[in-house]
Ligand binder design. Structure first.
Ligand code: FES
Length: 111
């Protein structure tokens, strides 16, 4: 069976990504939160908290986690998993850096 087609979209300059918080990126109907972690790695997740739609790009980043700005749920950025005692998961998107630019893999149906 065929995998869902993805396309890579250039969304930002790596050097311009903020440290300690996220950046909101829109690709068609998708709204993503882009994070540069202290490790230097870049990750992208759906920009809404599974609890009550808090904007994750406005959360505080600590290590590999972002804290939702609305009610402080702790979300593991690389996996999208909400940490205990809360539940839930945020969709993640593959990200890569090439020639100083951040590219995100988005599903074919997003365009
Ligand atoms: S909306 Fe994110 S913790 Fe409530």
């Amino acid at each position: 069976m065929a995998e869902t087609e993805v396309r890579w979209v250039d969304v930002a300059s790596y050097d311009e990504l903020p440290a300690g918080t996220g950046k909101t990126v829109r690709i068609g109907a998708l709204e993503l939160a882009l994070f540069r972690l202290t490790s230097g790695k870049v990750h992208a997740v759906h920009n809404r908290c599974p609890h009550k739609d808090g904007v994750l790009a406005e959360g505080i980043v600590s290590g590999e986690f972002v804290f939702c700005p609305m009610h402080d749920r702790k979300i593991h950025v690389p996996s999208g998993e909400v940490q205990k005692p809360d539940d839930g998961c945020v969709r993640t998107y593959e990200a890569k850096v090439e020639n100083g630019r951040v590219h995100i893999a988005v599903p074919g149906e997003a365009h």
